[in-house]
Ligand binder design. Structure first.
Ligand code: C2O
Length: 344
């Protein structure tokens, strides 16, 4: 079947910002399908538990810091290197690869129905790499629970050591700075309490009233042979996803780097906690719909992408393989969904 997938040997310079800035995020050694292995689910085991970033303890934080420091110290030729991980995101968000089955069109996983599954894959492998680097297979990423009042500011674990990123908006690095889930590059004029309520009402819209169909929530179908992006972001991708990226990024930088622009976003450790929350909300939405709104189109289910596993092998993963997180070996700590009762 002709599905969306990258042509590995087509990696090229690409626009980080359309029409303005080119980047090269390609692997230092060209990759080819010859050395690829197929993804297989891990054997059943106890589930790793992804916990809210504002609730983890010092021991956990020390582990994550250690892992990130190791990744930053590895050479760029090692796919587990921090920048290589960040560039994995860059590859698929700037159109560095042409499509395997349509060589004149690039692969971009944003603004389409590949948004949720592709990011699930990316953070899954990142998490496995961390687990192997620190010798703890039970290690699970934290999630940044910005959809609950207690989690709306930037988790303090990211203010120190290897978890710091210098390219952040300094105004937002404080327990008193509440994330504006619908941030439009200017500071909210609301009081903290008003901002919290408006965030919860906004979440209700993005998860419930505005997300009644799979296309509205997941994003638009994008298939082989269709020119360009379909340009239909799902509700959560548009915001809080994009908006919280912008909220973290350094406003003073030309393109709001690091978090505020795709090519550099995954250089900031908060990226992974941000996306773990997005991944969790995908599960919440699926469950609320009793899995009846899951996409069943084979063009989506069979689309496949490549990631490096913890052994630095290049793995081919199809979307249908990653739809059951229990089978993938992880779960999310149960937390309240305060926005569920925040119907505006
Ligand atoms: Cu691929 Cu949060 O973006």
């Amino acid at each position: 079947r002709r599905v969306i997938s990258p042509n590995l040997s087509s990696c090229h310079d690409s626009y980080a910002v359309p029409g303005e800035m080119m980047v090269n995020c390609c692997p230092p050694r060209p990759e080819s399908e010859e050395h690829v292995i197929d993804f297989v689910l891990p054997p059943p085991s106890t589930l790793r538990v992804r916990r809210p970033a504002h609730l983890v303890d010092d021991e956990y934080i020390a582990k994550l810091k250690k892992a990130v420091a190791i990744m930053k110290s590895l050479p760029y030729t090692d796919p587990r290197n921090w920048m290589r991980q960040a560039n994995m995101h860059c590859l698929y968000c700037t159109g560095s690869y042409n499509q395997k089955y349509s060589n004149s069109i690039e692969v971009d996983i944003h603004k389409t129905w590949y948004f949720f599954p592709w990011h699930r894959m990316m953070i899954y492998f990142h998490e496995k790499i961390i687990g192997s680097l620190i010798g703890d297979e039970d290690f699970a990423l934290p999630f940044w629970q910005w959809d609950a009042p207690e989690g709306m500011s930037m988790p303090s674990m990211y203010w120190e050591g290897a978890l710091v990123d210098t390219e952040r908006n300094p105004l937002h690095i404080s327990p008193n700075s509440i994330g504006d889930l619908n941030y439009q590059m200017t500071e909210s004029k609301l009081s903290s309490q008003e901002l919290v309520s408006s965030n919860l009402a906004f979440m209700y819209n993005q998860m419930v009233s505005g997300a009644t169909t799979s296309e509205l929530f997941m994003g638009c179908p994008f298939k082989v042979g269709e020119a360009g992006e379909c340009l239909g972001r799902g509700t959560i991708e548009a915001a809080p996803h994009n908006t919280m990226h912008s909220w973290v990024g350094k406003h003073a930088n030309r393109y709001n780097e690091n978090m505020g622009v795709f090519y550099s976003a995954a250089r900031d450790p908060t990226f992974y906690a941000h996306h773990a929350n997005i991944d969790r909300l995908w599960e919440v939405w699926r469950k609320m719909a009793n899995y009846k709104k899951d996409i069943v189109d084979p063009d989506w289910l069979n689309a496949y992408f490549y990631f490096h596993n913890e052994k630095s092998q290049l793995v081919r993963v199809s979307i249908h393989q990653i739809l059951n997180i229990t089978d993938m070996g992880y779960r999310y700590q149960d937390v309240d969904l305060p926005w569920l009762n925040a119907k505006p």
